[in-house]
Design a protein around this ligand. Sequence first.
Ligand code: ATP
Ligand code: MG
Length: 314
Amino acid sequence: MDGRDRGAALSRVVAVVNDKGGVGKTSLAANLGGQFAAAGYRCLLVDLNRQANLSDDLGYRDSPDDDQGAGLLAAVIGGTPVRPLRDVRPQLDVVCGGARLEDLTPVMVSRLQHHGREAFTVLGDVLAPVAGDYEIVFIDCPPESTILSDLALAAARWVLMPTKTDVGGLVGIGLVAERFVLAREINPQLGLLGVVLFGTGSRSRAIHAEANAAIDRAFGDDSPRFRTTIRHAERTAQDARRLGKLAHELEIEVAHQPVWWESLRAGTRTPRVAATAANVAGDYRALGVEILTALQAAEEAEPPEPAGRGKEHR
Ligand SMILES: Nc1ncnc2c1ncn2[C@@H]1O[C@H](COP(=O)(O)OP(=O)(O)OP(=O)(O)O)[C@@H](O)[C@H]1O
Ligand SMILES: [Mg+2]
């Protein structure tokens, strides 16, 4: 595959990145992928996490087809195209993560010693032959694993960064920005699609302004961010991982479950699905629209070309 074809195939690859743990990377990848797929877009999720929470969110953990990262590891070692797990949902495929990714780090350390940072391009190489089959690809990056996230940053065209508004979250933004600049040395096409505030219960302008200031300090003034925030909804988050369902799927369950007093009268003991699912699903829907609009605007302004773009982040 030549550079132009590789660039075109990877032009809709979005790395969901933040070194900080628990800021919503996996929830965003799963729910955005799930909603885009439900809306009819062909979508691929790539899981780079050893703990593979994506398999909890989508409900395929320990299914016979869950290879726990073995396929991705073999693809990187052999330089062969990844083989996604098909139809986790209609139109939604997944490259599984899991415990087998443990071996990816030593493999990469050895390659980095021999080939320098160019070695990071291998994920793009094994993804490119299949990425063109999809209208959007999200890579769910792990926390605090420089090497695996650097692989994603070398493959992706875009970075989507969720953050929380606490001090730790704001420090995480700075760390990603440093890595982003380094990644552009081998992947000049990489751009910041935007930052999204995740799990925020606060509508406080002061708190949001502080987060925005931290984003500008890290990525430059007026760096892109999304208006939509994903609200804090702990019960929906618990329902999602307990049931292996996405927020928009829980929203449908909520609509169909009996009203609470009927369950009470019938003595049903199955836990009820929290009604906040509909609000959270709505947040992801609104964010999905913003993301598609941003992608289309960027693509219209700057048709895909191989290497060597300008300095601006988007
Ligand atoms: N809207 C929400 N409100 C509150 N908590 C949420 C929400 N959505 C998800 N969570 C919970 O927040 C936690 C972190 O979310 P998630 O796993 O998506 O973050 P992450 O950045 O991928 O974490 P890690 O860095 O460990 O991979 C999880 O326990 C998840 O269930
Ligand atoms: Mg995660």
